[in-house]
Ligand binder design. Structure first.
Ligand SMILES: [Fe+2]
Ligand SMILES: [Fe+2]
Length: 269
């Protein structure tokens, strides 16, 4: 299991187990079985602004907790509205209620351009850094797709470098899931990462199975060359969906060996 110390600490904190300082890596690993059949949840774009806006997040958290098969949750960015600490605090309070681990990537609303390091508030709140997680034989790679607050972005050279380095350590047959706030979906209605094809080409000799994204608030799902690409409706009452739909919610992904399927779960605000 390739897990950084910072991510491990973040994992413990996210599990509400920060006080269990003695908890070792094996204990964390035991949370997820090594079965090659597992389920996880993914929430995009909660856009927390104030206490009231955490209502829908708390509902989603309750629903995921009640879904015992969901072994962990991926937060696909835009946890905040303007990348402010109070927003992150509220978001974290809600997400820390998740009974099982969760992992975050930043979105363009998690950036505060008034700071020397625009991701400082996000990083402080979620102890974030690029991460890779080994789950049930799959590798999950959490990418930072942000270019400041821009909606149309190019994956930065440092992130391309990080991805390249990770892939150098991953065998060609291991199933990989890539998490990127900005979508790489070939036919997304909006906001496709400008160098998406270059990024996807990095996986040429690898077994990329899933690219899960947020940012485009709307359910999109397509497959190309055996890779499933998704975006998801936002799980927010402070923002609309961009495709005119009104349903808010999250996704469940079901993994059966190397096969992955997904379903959308509506959350009534
Ligand atoms: Fe968003
Ligand atoms: Fe976004």
């Amino acid at each position: 299991m390739n897990i950084s110390r910072r991510q491990f600490i973040g994992l413990m904190a996210s599990m509400g187990a920060a006080s269990c300082a003695k908890m070792d890596l094996e204990s964390v690993k035991a949370i997820v079985t090594n079965d090659d059949t597992f389920t996880f949840a993914a929430i995009g774009d909660i856009h927390v602004l104030d206490a009231r806006s955490t209502g829908i997040v708390n509902k989603a958290v309750g629903m995921i907790n009640a879904t015992e098969a969901a072994q962990f949750t991926l937060m696909l960015g835009d946890l905040a509205t303007d990348g402010r600490l109070p927003e992150f605090r509220l978001a974290k309070n809600s997400l820390d209620r998740l009974a099982r681990p969760y992992f975050t990537i930043p979105g363009n609303h998690d950036v505060d351009m008034t700071l020397a390091n625009p991701l400082d508030n996000f990083t402080k709140s979620f102890d974030w850094e690029n991460w890779d997680e080994d789950r049930g034989g799959w590798v999950f790679l959490g990418l930072d797709s942000c270019n400041g607050t821009a909606s149309d972005v190019t994956i930065r050279p440092d992130q391309v470098e990080w991805l390249t380095a990770q892939l150098g350590k991953i065998g060609g047959d291991r199933p990989i899931a890539l998490l990127s706030h900005h979508p790489l979906n070939p036919n997304t209605k909006q906001y496709r990462v400008k160098n998406a094809e270059d990024v996807l080409a990095l996986f040429k000799n690898h077994n990329l199975k899933l690219v899960a994204s947020g940012h485009y608030h709307g359910n999109q799902q397509e497959e190309r060359d055996g890779i499933l690409f998704t975006t998801t409706a936002c799980c927010s009452t402070t923002r609309p969906n961009f495709d005119g739909t009104t349903s808010k919610g999250y996704r469940l992904f079901h993994v059966d060996k190397e096969t992955i399927t997904t379903e959308y779960v509506e959350v009534m605000a």
